[in-house]
Write a protein of this length. Structure first.
Length: 93
């Protein structure tokens, strides 16, 4: 785990320890872990590498070509939902 953290930190990952734990949990085996670490160290968003992002208490699937939902927009979503009717359907295009 130490070498993964060092690799991520050298690549500029601010939360290298947390990212190392997430990558390790997402990996199917050692070879897969090596690939995941290389992708993240190469600058690919962590959420694309692991295939999901947390948003409003939900785990959302994300991948290449998809925008990663950001925590800073959770407030906006909660406010918009609060303004709607209980049976409202919310769609974000």
């Amino acid at each position: 785990m130490t070498s993964i953290v060092e690799t991520l930190r050298a690549a500029g990952c601010v939360f290298a320890e947390e990212e190392a734990r997430l990558l390790t949990a997402a990996a199917e085996d050692d070879g897969h872990l090596t690939d995941l670490v290389a992708r993240r160290a190469g600058g690919e968003p962590l959420e694309h590498v692991v295939g999901w992002a947390e948003f409003c208490g939900l785990r959302m699937r994300v991948g290449a070509g998809a925008f990663v939902p950001r925590r800073r927009t959770e407030f906006l979503v909660r406010e918009a939902v609060a303004l709607g009717r209980p049976d409202a359907v919310v769609l974000d295009l």
